[in-house]
Design a protein around this ligand. Structure first.
Ligand code: NAD
Length: 339
């Protein structure tokens, strides 16, 4: 039995969470969910979108599955998600982008992993209005944070049998901040002679990703480039509906889709649960539940491949819950076959 914090989130979060829980339950893995509320919908009740009990629960359980959270305008939060990552020191953001058979894309052989630094860079929140016609945001990188994310990327490459890490910066222009990130990446790369290491400038990287994404493996990026390039990578494999993610600190892991709360679809039971379900695939792997992870992944691939019970973004007309239930049915079959 695992104790896991569940943050259903707001917007489309609760409906996606419900469909995802249906698929997770079908694996047979016993999870004791501690459900905590966060997001735009609870501000009136709690006075904040991120109550202390959310942080306390994740700190206690060390693992969380999280729906998207809207950042409401004027609450004092730059972003609720950024605040959560910072409070829990979830410094590594992992976003795999892998082709799924049955999803219409320009390429059929993409298997990329984005490793994004999650705590500093232009997200450090150091900005000000200098005068009425001038504003500035400071891009702040430190050696410690750059080295720990580089180490995370190389350790991940070793653990997952990956061949290459590409550090992506704009160090030709941001000579100090990105220069430091690059220097840290080079230093760490020296400790991993078995992993190929290369560097790209972020503009060139974007062009190469849309021309020949199949030649890239693990991409290591500072915060802002990581955010942008991971949406690009999501687009390459079928869009935000199929893009999972995870945030890791030294002890805590929070699993969530790349996408946001898609407010215009709230309550319509229409959006794709795949991204959150694939985030649960990553969660099972993290928990050491390898078979449940594989079964859940293979069930997603089967349902998408058949194309009968898929949501609008994949060319179907099924609801969020219908797709979740179809995945759950496949999981049950795979789990039975395994037992
Ligand atoms: P979004 O990702 O919520 O939605 C953009 C568009 O992507 C949607 O309109 C929809 O067309 C598509 N989309 C998103 N999720 C989908 C799914 N599961 N299935 C099918 N299509 C899907 O981005 P946004 O509109 O820029 O942001 C809305 C809110 O979400 C903002 O408040 C933002 O701050 C927040 N946000 C939260 C997170 C997070 O919780 N980690 C991440 C990004 C944005």
């Amino acid at each position: 039995m695992y104790n896991v914090t569940l943050i259903p989130g707001d917007g489309v979060g609760p409906e996606l969470t419900e469909a995802t829980l249906t698929a997770i339950e079908a694996t047979g893995v016993k999870i004791n969910w501690e459900t905590v509320k966060a997001g735009a919908d609870i501000i009136e009740e709690y006075g904040t979108p991120l109550p202390q009990e959310v942080l306390d629960s994740v700190r206690k359980n060390k693992v969380a599955l999280k729906g998207p959270l809207t950042t409401p305008i004027g609450t004092g939060f730059r972003s609720v998600n950024v605040a959560l990552r910072r409070e829990l020191d979830l410094y590594s953001c992992l976003r795999p982008a892998k082709t799924i058979k049955g999803v219409k894309t320009r390429f059929d052989n993409i298997d990329l992993v984005i490793v994004r630094e999650n705590t500093e860079d232009l997200y450090a929140g150091i900005e000000r209005q200098v005068d009425k016609d001038t504003a500035e945001t400071i891009k702040r990188n430190t050696r410690g944070a750059s080295e720990r994310i580089a180490k995370f990327a190389f350790d991940y490459a070793v653990k997952e049998g990956r061949k290459k890490v590409t550090a992506v910066t704009k160090a030709n222009i941001c000579k100090f901040s990105d220069g430091l990130f690059l220097e840290a990446s080079r230093n760490i790369a020296q400790n991993y002679p078995q992993i190929e290491y290369e560097e790209r400038l972020v503009d060139n990287m974007c062009m190469q990703l849309v021309q020949k994404p199949e030649i890239y493996d693990v991409l290591l990026l500072p915060n802002l480039y990581g955010d942008i390039v991971s949406d690009l990578a999501a687009g390459l494999v079928g869009g935000l509906g199929v893009a999972p993610g995870a945030n890791f600190g030294d002890e805590i892991a929070v699993f969530e889709a790349v996408h946001g709360s898609a407010p215009k679809y709230k309550g319509l039971n229409k959006v794709n649960p795949t991204a959150l379900i694939l985030s649960a695939v990553l969660m099972f792997k993290h928990l050491g539940e390898q078979k449940a992870s594989e079964n859940l992944y293979n069930a997603v691939v089967k349902v998408i491949g058949e194309g009968k019970k898929v949501t609008y973004d994949l060319g179907g007309s099924s609801s969020t819950m219908e797709m979740g239930q179809a995945i759950a049915e496949e999981v049950k079959k795979l789990t039975l076959a395994y037992n």
